[in-house]
Write a new protein. Sequence first.
Length: 256
Amino acid sequence: MNIKTIAAILTIASQSLLNAQVSVKVTYEQQNIYPDNYWEKIPQDFRENTKKLLTQPITLNLINNGEASLIVSEDQKLNFSSMQENNPDERNLGINMKLAEVWTHNDFNTNTTTKKVKLDNKSYYRQSPFDNTTYEFDPTVTKKIDSYQCNLAYYVSKKSNDTIKYWYAKEIAIADGPYGPSSIPGLILRYENKYRVIYATKIEYADSKLEIKPLDNKIPILSNDEYLQAEAESRKPKNYVDEDGNRIKKNSITIK
């Protein structure tokens, strides 16, 4: 993997100069991983095209200006071929699917992460404290990523029974990455688990502060608990009978 590095100044060779940077922009690509038996469920005539679409990289852009950072995915649409044959009266154009947007804002003054989410086709901000995962560090394991000597941080997820790996560059003293800030002491250039790999493809340094737009005050903010409650509420049938036998009709979720 080659990482394209662009600087707004003539050289970024020394550690002190890297630390002097006000802002950094990192482009990542996310590659999703599927087990072999996943593709066996798809009819053979459509298997290769589906595999190509679902495994093509998804682009994520990170901007960090020291006070805040923002991670946003680029718009991406997939067109799946129809499994039905055309006839003289009807042409099957397949299915167009837009991938879910990634939008994560991190505030280093309040140590708060805000993610844009949708419930019943309405946008909300889901807000929570910075991640407090405890990582293990193995100084004996390193990986050369482009010109950067990267160290390994990891933790074992009991939920997914998987070892989550982070390869970070200590010489880029920015505790950030594709999933936001952490206690890992350096910019994360590669992330690995059994479902996906995310890797940096371009790093841009700026000697001026890059602008990060504030939150949209028209979008409601939910705490993590409020979001989970609202999500559970949105999954209920829109028309149902409650425990007292009353018929309930719902057109929207209630946000307190």
